[in-house]
Design a protein around this ligand. Structure first.
Ligand code: HEM
Length: 182
């Protein structure tokens, strides 16, 4: 997994618990990487999961909730670094439909070794979209936070109904995004 993801997780954690507590967690958590992360590096996803668990203990925020918050945080990072993807889309449904066939395709051109999930999308009438997430990494709540952040960005309120269909070693979830009735 790309170093930028780790660097951003540590930045979010610093905002939540402060730099000293983050350093303590890095010292106390056994990581394959040894705890020095740079934005251009590549690190195992298991270290990300271990760090989220450790920050969960340090903050008393459940791990899934932290992952979801981190999805919001990462969506802000993506918006800042890659605004063009967002500016070219009329609404959140179009944006979500473009992740698999456009956004992550471009990510893979820049980083051929990127560890990306796969998505299937299906329109549900005029007001809804079903987005099915599959990955070998256990990041369903992170994905939900990204989708929520994306909804927030486009400004039209929508409800997100999540069905987690994950099996050990194979994460899978169906997200149904429907505009709220005005
Ligand atoms: C709502 C929109 C998006 C969703 C739902 C989404 C979903 C995800 C998820 C869940 C992952 C973690 C990997 C996994 O679960 O297997 C991921 C990784 C990633 N995504 Fe997206 N993504 C979105 C938008 C974007 C955008 C706009 C960018 C920016 C160009 C982006 C770039 C990346 C990168 C760089 C990674 C890390 C790859 C790696 O570590 O090797 N994504 N995405």
């Amino acid at each position: 997994m790309k170093g930028i993801v780790f660097v951003e997780l540590l930045r979010m954690a610093e905002e939540l618990v402060g730099e000293a507590a983050v350093d303590q967690v890095l010292d106390d958590t056994p990581l394959l990487t040894g705890g020095a992360f740079t934005a251009v590096g590549d690190y195992p996803c298991s270290d990300l999961v271990a760090l989220v668990q450790a920050f969960s203990r340090a903050t008393n925020v459940p791990g899934e909730e932290l992952q979801r918050q981190f999805g919001h945080w990462m969506m802000n990072t993506f918006k800042t670094h890659y605004p063009a993807f967002f500016e070219s889309k009329p609404d959140v449904m179009a944006m979500l439909e473009a992740i698999e066939g456009e956004v992550h395709v471009e990510v893979r051109k820049i980083y051929p070794d990127a560890e990306l999930p796969s998505f299937q999308t299906e329109r549900l009438g005029d007001d809804g979209l079903r987005m099915t997430y599959s990955s070998s990494r256990p990041l369903v709540p992170f994905c939900k936070g990204l989708i929520e952040g994306c909804v927030d960005h486009f400004g039209r309120p929508a409800a997100i109904d999540t069905r987690d269909l994950s099996q050990p070693g194979a994460a899978r979830a169906e997200f149904e995004i429907r505009y709220a009735v005005p």
